[in-house]
Design a protein around this ligand. Structure first.
Ligand code: HEC
Ligand code: HEC
Length: 247
């Protein structure tokens, strides 16, 4: 579009690409309070980056590492920014329309924030889903490599559950698809990474039973008895597999 008005041309020539940092005035704030201070808005934005594990450029037009005054924060060109507005509306609705109507709210009240669901990830997928997707697309090697890479990168953060359950869910899904060998592989990965988990050995034991490998099942249940000396179940399994009568 050609601009004919001399005044506009002059204004465009004088105005830098995206004003200054911090901005003196907010131009395109539609969901947050229109009279939010620039400082409070920027704090909210920093909260977004932490909750999603991203940088400003995930949602805003600008170059990573470039000075913030070169960003066009008011632009809605980036799809994640548009999604984030919907998320903001959703979070406000949860807190203001739903949680606020609970009888006997906990004190202090527990509110939902971006972190509640995103816990450091832009795509808040449970690890089971990530690993199963890799498994379906490219097999057990790829699934295991994906798991190990995620663990190396995210262990100790809130991003993913590296506890004893998720790999057994993946194994169970493989078993349901008739892939008992792959299931064993996931159960074994679980005991390798969580050698103190009696549950991981229990699931490995039952995985071997599916394959009718009672020697390996016995070894797994024996290990479970050592880790869980007060649990009667692995003792019964050991007895059954060694053909001793139940006590
Ligand atoms: C997850 C997406 C997301 C991330 C990451 C994010 N923002 Fe935003 N930002 C938004 C949304 C959405 C708005 C508009 C809010 C509204 O309409 O109420 C916004 C608005 C702004 C505005 C107001 C622009 C204007 O004048 O209208 C500024 C300034 C801003 N963000 C700065 C930042 C900075 C600095 C960072 C990095 C620390 C950042 N943002 C990270 C989503 C994001
Ligand atoms: C109740 C859980 C929940 C809360 C709270 C939540 N989100 Fe989300 N968010 C999701 C889910 C689930 C998706 C993925 C939806 C899809 O694409 O299938 C998502 C997707 C997104 C995306 C798109 C990511 C991408 O690249 O696909 C952005 C950006 C986002 N959320 C920002 C936010 C911000 C900012 C907040 C806080 C204001 C927030 N979300 C709060 C559940 C939540």
């Amino acid at each position: 579009m050609r601009i004919r008005l001399a005044g506009v041309l002059i204004a465009m020539a004088v105005a830098p690409a995206a004003a200054q940092w911090p901005p003196t005035r907010l131009q395109n704030v539609k969901v947050l309070s229109p009279d939010i201070s620039v400082r409070a808005l920027v704090d909210t934005m920093k909260g977004f980056t932490r909750a999603l594990g991203v940088r400003c450029t995930y949602c805003h037009v600008g170059r990573d590492g470039a000075p913030l005054d070169s960003f066009d924060f008011a632009s809605d060109d980036r799809l994640p920014k548009q999604k984030a507005r919907i998320m903001l509306r959703m979070v406000m609705a949860i807190n203001e329309q739903h949680l606020s109507t609970l009888p006997q709210r906990r004190d202090p009240a527990i509110v939902v924030s971006c972190m509640t669901c995103h816990h450091g990830l832009a795509q808040p997928r449970p690890i089971q889903q990530v690993i199963l997707t890799a498994y379906q697309a490219a097999g057990a090697d790829s699934a295991e490599a994906t798991y190990r890479a995620l663990r190396t990168r995210y262990y100790g953060s809130a991003a993913y559950d590296f506890g004893e359950v998720p790999l057994t869910d993946v194994a169970a899904a493989a078993q349901d698809q008739g892939k008992a060998q792959d299931a064993i592989r996931f159960y074994k990965l679980n005991v390798e990474l969580l050698p103190a988990s009696g549950f991981a050995y229990r699931q490995l034991g039952f995985g071997y039973l599916e394959l009718h490998d009672s020697a390996s099942a016995l070894a797994a249940f024996t290990k479970q008895t050592q880790l869980q000396p007060n649990n009667p179940e692995p003792k019964q399994m050991v007895d059954a597999l060694t053909k001793k009568p139940h006590r």
